[in-house]
Design a protein around this ligand. Structure first.
Ligand SMILES: *Cc1c(COP(=O)(O)O)cnc(C)c1O
Length: 237
């Protein structure tokens, strides 16, 4: 905290229902919590929640700042979950590293030209970078390259869990947003430091999860090289 005003926090999906009342206007959630352990939400529960909210005329807003822009294998993770949110937030990957953010909504009548202004809003450089990024990612998604990389990356993670079962319990994640759960939280820092010294940047997420967020344009050679280096880093622990 401090958390934004007006929000009530639910512990998990089931707990969301306990907080819905006539004053609730929307539910906002991440389908895979980036900072919270890279754990994908249950698909059936999300679909049921989406249906329920529609029946109650409560908006569903999905924060896709981290999961969006093909990170989870599709343009938005919402597509993977088979839901059509009323609002999607997106940023981070949208312009391949150039700062940009966007709110997407199907509620076309609520926003009018000039309603929402910001100094750099609609910045031409950022928008040009965004368009180019979407072109490139759309291309590797359509020709199957992205899906092959995702499969290869997940196989490599499985392999790590198998060979270093004294360090990791299992892999989690969706698309190229993945993590490895460590057996012992204390080892997380050592893994991150050793990996960095071997030229591989991994992040921490939640309690004891080592997070992997490779560039979506990563090549097969880079995946091989990265995991060879990571294995060496793990051997020296
Ligand atoms: C990084 C992040 C944000 C913050 O995005 P800004 O563009 O920095 O405001 C919001 N939600 C999620 C899921 C994020 O990962």
């Amino acid at each position: 905290g401090p958390f934004p005003d007006g929000f009530v926090y639910a512990k998990d999906i089931d707990d969301i229902y306990n907080h819905l009342d006539n004053a609730t206007c929307a539910v906002l959630l991440e389908l895979v919590q980036g900072e919270g352990g890279v754990c994908p939400m249950d698909r059936d529960k999300i679909q049921a929640l989406s249906k329920h909210l529609k029946s109650k005329q409560i908006l569903l807003m999905i924060d896709e700042v981290q999961t969006g822009i093909f990170r989870c294998g599709e343009l938005f993770a919402s597509k993977v979950y088979g839901i059509a949110p009323d609002v999607i937030t997106t940023a981070k990957g949208l312009a391949g590293g150039v700062p940009i953010g966007a709110v997407i909504t199907s509620l076309i009548d609520i926003f009018h030209f000039g309603d929402h202004g910001s100094t750099f809003g609609g910045n031409p450089l950022a928008c040009a970078a965004g368009l180019e990024t979407l072109d490139i990612l759309h291309h590797i998604h359509t020709d199957g390259t992205l899906q092959r990389r995702i499969e290869s990356f997940h196989n490599a993670l499985e392999d790590i869990v198998k060979h270093f079962s004294h360090i990791f319990t299992h892999k989690v994640g969706l698309g190229l947003m993945c993590g490895l759960y460590t057996k012992d939280i204390a080892i997380q820092e050592h893994i991150i430091t050793n990996a960095l010294e071997s030229g591989v940047i991994v992040l921490k997420s939640g309690k004891g999860v080592v997070r992997f967020l490779p560039a979506l344009t990563i090549t097969q050679d880079e995946i091989n090289e990265g995991f060879t280096r990571l294995k060496n880093a793990l051997k020296s622990l």
